[in-house]
Ligand binder design. Sequence first.
Ligand code: NAD
Length: 481
Amino acid sequence: MIKILNYINGAYTEPQSGEWLDNYNPSTGEVYAQIANSNHKDIGDAYEAAKAAFESWSNTTIDERSRILLKIASLIDDNLDRLAEAEAKDNGKPLSLAKTVDIPRASSNFRFFGNAITQFSSEAHESVGLNTMNFTLRQPIGVVGCISPWNLPLYLFTWKIAPALAAGNTVVAKPSEVTPLTAYLLGELCTEAGLPNGVLNIVHGMGPTAGQAIVEHPGIKAISFTGGTKTGEHLARTAAPMFKKLSLELGGKNPNLIFADCDYDKMLAVTVKSSFSNQGQICLCGSRIFVEKSIYEKFKMDFVLKVQQLKVGNPFEAAIDLGALVSKPHLEKVQSYIALAEKEGGTILTGGNPVSVKGFENGYYLEPTVIEVFDNQCRVNQEEIFGPVVTMMPFETEEEALRMANGVKYGLSATVWTNNLNRTMRVSKQLEVGIVWVNTWLNRDLRTPFGGVKDSGVGREGGFEALRFFTEAKNICIKYE
Ligand code: NAD
């Protein structure tokens, strides 16, 4: 049985509690690893190691920091197969997805921020007439906390760690207790890359204990968190009295606006992907499809037909489209929304049932599910389901489409399908979200700002935004005669 140990001060260590959590393989339903059930004592140790490492790491040259981050990136590339297999086993996602998206993106995160830090500069302002020169010093914050979710485990874990380290901070990080395996493997790659001991500390365990201890620790001055909106709200309350800097990337209920003037075939293929990639467990998946009335019936027929062709199976099988959902409780939550949809008057157009995969009968598999609804206020159209479930409904006018798209508490991303440039601009400007994709989905350029509005979060990550978050700006004003 694999033991998922903490990585503190460059060494793998057992949790001080001596307690372990079961780690399940969602594709078989079996326990295959034991996870360190850490508490505030382990977080305390991780903090002390990070604090001790800060002086030296923050004074390490940009070139040297960059060189180490680029080395971590290439070690992730070298270990692509091993990491992708670990991710698929731990999360239930198709191995092909882990190999082509999750793990390559983890190495891109280190490569991108390893390069970005060499280009990160600050401003100078000369106050003419006052004879003063101001310049902005961007200093690392100190010890920072990074907390990440289970849906894109290594991808999102490294999305936080890489800019934090690049900017000269030292880190106490906690991956999700549901998917800790690739974060555990990352520790040894960091050591191999020459990252000094204590610069990155990875602690495993439950959110309300290990995660909470990071947020409560008075020495950890900033927290970058990705996860659910409820957890984010709790975290913000805990951190507020200490005035910690927070970046919160939270839940979503992303609309897909399909206008009749779009490139239909392209839209159809991408909409299937945006609804069901990673079993619908991407915060950016389109979960509410709004279709212009004139093409609604045709779209409904074509979309359902395409969804019915998707293959659900064991993540290690080639040519599957959907693997297993991440855990049994999560499967049950998603199923409860399907039952609720029927009670609320929705029609299940396809799917809705668990799938029994031969040889993997205890895995958490679910059919991709399409639900037709007629009331945007119903709970299935308002609450985040975060599974292979998408709703659809028609609209008559652009105004109505926008009203429904914006009529939720969330505001992460939206996708718009149209070939009308004026409409593209009008709609994009009025959508209450942080990211709009037009005639595409999940096209990510790491230089762009990433984040949500409303209950989808506070702050932006990505590009220099992330480096700004992980530094404090200090203005220095010099008077000259
Ligand atoms: P979650 O909020 O349950 O957990 C996220 C992380 O927070 C985990 O590591 C967990 O252990 C930790 N945590 C839980 N309670 C904590 C506490 N009291 N203090 C500190 N840490 C605590 O979320 P999840 O179920 O792992 O992930 C799914 C959610 O993440 C969905 O809502 C999804 O939309 C969201 N998400 C958002 C983005 C984004 O970029 N906006 C990206 C991916 C996922």
